[in-house]
Ligand binder design. Structure first.
Ligand code: HEC
Ligand code: HEC
Length: 301
């Protein structure tokens, strides 16, 4: 074989590897853009609207999806949210047929919260905290869907921002960042503790602010709730570990009071940097749920 022939041969191999890589990425991308099948909805599922309302409250959906002007009490969207490197429009999730989620099937909603994936295969920016919501049980997500359907539809056009490259890259990021299965109660822990753990991990998405992230932006589970730099505002989000040891709260009841009444009872450390809004949402939960959250948090060393 001559020198030039060998060169051509090498080139063919390089091109071949490159083509395989491109095909591999394309196949993986397609795979990661698949919605959940209709069979993901359990056959015996029956909506519980009141539970849906509780999950909506615990999930703080209104904090980001709040409408503008006359629609502040409804998740009509339209506000801008600061994200690292820019901002993003929060969409309308009222049941309006044209501009909201009125046309969505239950399985579309489940796909959005479990996989961070939209109707046309859009990969959502994780400012929508689906990496936490994905821990929620199928029943809770479906109840939430049926609760949203009971709200008044608002016509408000809120097209998703482009962020084309981010959305492509997110397909692969989500593969690493999304939990592989929903929350399962920890054996040996009380029912109350498990309820608290579930609310904090899933709907409450407390880890989105309170857990530090690694270099590719995935919450570091080894430092779960250990405190982190604030992503959308200045300053630091405090640790929720060792709350008792560090003398932050005397006991479960003390933290229960703080979560339920916040600043109005003098608990000043729970009012700024988005936490005030979180506390106002928590305060609307049934007392048993607030106590469960306090029980779980006070157990973290
Ligand atoms: C921290 C802010 C925040 C919270 C809290 C939040 N969302 Fe969102 N949500 C967003 C943003 C931002 C987007 C748009 C993401 C994008 O453009 O990729 C979004 C998108 C969505 C979408 C997709 C809408 C569409 O038109 O494709 C749905 C559905 C949704 N959110 C439902 C919810 C529900 C239900 C809750 C409460 C359990 C919730 N969100 C809580 C910020 C939030
Ligand atoms: C949007 C970001 C954000 C989210 C989401 C969030 N927090 Fe916070 N949290 C903060 C910030 C910022 C502070 C500090 C507030 C202050 O100093 O006024 C804080 C403070 C606290 C404190 C007081 C800690 C202390 O040392 O006294 C508790 C308790 C707490 N959060 C619990 C929760 C729980 C429970 C959740 C989930 C239901 C949650 N947080 C979700 C940002 C957040």
């Amino acid at each position: 074989m001559g020198k030039s022939e060998r060169k051509i041969r090498t080139w063919h191999i390089v091109l071949g590897i490159f083509a395989l890589l491109v095909i591999g990425v394309a196949v993986a991308y397609r795979q990661l853009s698949q919605p959940l099948p209709e069979s993901a909805i359990p056959a015996d599922y029956k909506p519980d609207i009141e539970n849906g309302r509780i999950i909506y409250t615990a999930g703080g959906c209104i904090s980001c999806h709040r409408g503008i002007g006359p629609h502040v009490e409804l998740p009509a969207g339209g506000r801008k949210l600061k994200i690292p490197g820019g901002e993003i429009t929060v969409p309308n999730i009222t049941p309006d047929e044209k501009t909201g989620i009125g046309k969505w099937r239950a399985v579309d909603f489940l796909t959005a919260l479990r996989r961070g994936l939209g109707l046309d295969g859009t990969h959502y920016i994780p400012a929508f905290p689906y990496t936490s919501y994905a821990w929620m049980t199928t029943k809770d997500i479906l109840d939430l869907y049926h609760y949203l359907k009971t709200l008044a539809p608002v016509r408000n056009e809120t097209p998703l921002d482009t962020h084309r490259f981010d959305r492509f890259a997110l397909a692969f990021w989500k593969w690493l960042a999304l939990p592989k299965r929903p929350f399962r109660p920890v054996p040996g822990k009380s029912e109350e503790w498990n309820r608290g753990a579930y609310l904090v991990l899933g709907p409450g998405h407390c880890g989105e602010c309170h857990t530090p992230r690694n270099s590719i932006f995935i919450p570091d589970r080894r430092r779960w709730l250990a405190g982190a730099p604030h992503l959308s505002e200045k300053g630091h989000v405090p640790s929720l570990r060792g709350l008792k040891r560090r003398g932050r709260y005397k006991d479960v009841n003390d933290l229960f009071q703080a979560l339920k009444y916040g600043e109005s009872l003098g608990y000043e450390d729970i009012s700024s940097g988005g936490m005030g809004e979180v506390q106002r949402n928590i305060s609307k939960l049934p007392d048993a749920d607030i106590r469960a959250i306090a029980t779980y948090l006070m157990s973290l060393e």
